[in-house]
Design a protein around this ligand. Structure first.
Ligand code: ADP
Ligand code: MG
Length: 260
């Protein structure tokens, strides 16, 4: 009777986890030496943990991450081009509160997306919101929105999260309208929220993939004002593993068929 009344009140207050565990915990507590305060604390801890877990799950879903990658799984010895100290410093996430940006530059396969996603997963774990997109997906989406007179609303998707990961900048060139949309996004996020980006192009090549040197300079100016650039030179992790397995002969060498 009193249990039912209590459960109803817990539901009313939205303390669903406490409601779920109360009966069992109360029985245990009756047999133990827990003080009232300790018992209450135990119940509230369950509620807080359950909420944190739910929030992490929701934020991870909203972040649209293609497949999660963790910094703990990154093999720094296999990639001397990525400085572990720098990455560990970034993993403290102070860059998010400072609204500064991180740019991972380097050739394909060196772990740029892995490290960028690793930082995003850390941010999600720490309670921040994040969003993953490739540059091409984002520009295509914003273009569609512009045609449908829906640009301000769609822009908010990319402006609201504390961390925006823009993957694969530079693989495909942008036309002027696309570069303009990128400029709008970057200038509106400037000093408002962090961008993590990955690119296979060095900054000197951005003018050509953005199609316009003035716009490229304006975008880079805002992106880089408060930023850290992680330049990863080195060999593709996938190729390295295949070479180790004897499929390739040497770095940069042509692929050869495995012995029959
Ligand atoms: P990039 O974005 O630079 O092209 P990715 O981050 O996509 O490269 O890396 C390619 C694949 O190799 C991914 O599956 C990634 O998890 C893995 N990888 C790359 N570098 C490492 C590393 N140093 N340790 C562990 N896995 C790695
Ligand atoms: Mg990548």
């Amino acid at each position: 009777m009193i249990l039912d009344l209590t459960l109803t009140k817990l539901q009313e207050l939205g303390l669903t986890e406490v409601a779920a565990v109360l009966e069992g915990r109360a029985e245990q507590a009756a047999k133990s030496e827990l003080s009232y305060i300790e018992f209450l604390n135990e119940l509230l801890t369950e509620e807080v943990l359950a909420r944190q877990e739910r929030s992490l799950r929701t934020r991870t879903r909203l972040a649209r991450i293609p497949s999660p990658k963790y910094l703990a799984d990154f093999d720094f010895e296999a990639q001397p081009g990525a400085d572990k100290k720098v990455i560990n410093e970034l993993a403290t996430l102070t860059f998010i509160d400072r609204m500064s940006n991180i740019c991972f530059l380097g050739p394909p396969g060196v772990g740029k997306t892995h490290l960028a996603l690793g930082l995003v997963m850390r941010a999600l774990e720490e309670g921040y919101t994040a969003y993953f997109t490739t540059l091409d997906q984002m520009i295509a989406d914003l273009r569609r929105a512009e045609v449908n007179h829906n640009l301000p609303k769609r822009l908010r998707v990319y402006l609201k999260p504390k961390v925006l990961l823009i993957d694969e900048m530079g693989y495909l060139p942008l036309d002027r309208a696309g570069a303009n949309l990128l400029f709008q996004l970057v200038s509106r996020r400037y000093e408002q929220g962090s961008i993590i980006l990955t690119s296979n192009k060095s900054y000197g090549d951005w003018a050509s993939f953005l199609g316009d040197p003035v716009l490229a300079a304006a975008i880079l100016d805002r992106l880089l004002h408060h930023s850290v650039t992680v330049n990863i030179r080195g060999e593709s992790y996938r190729l390295r593993n295949r070479r180790k397995a004897g499929v390739l002969t040497a770095p940069g060498a042509k692929e050869v068929a495995p012995a029959q």
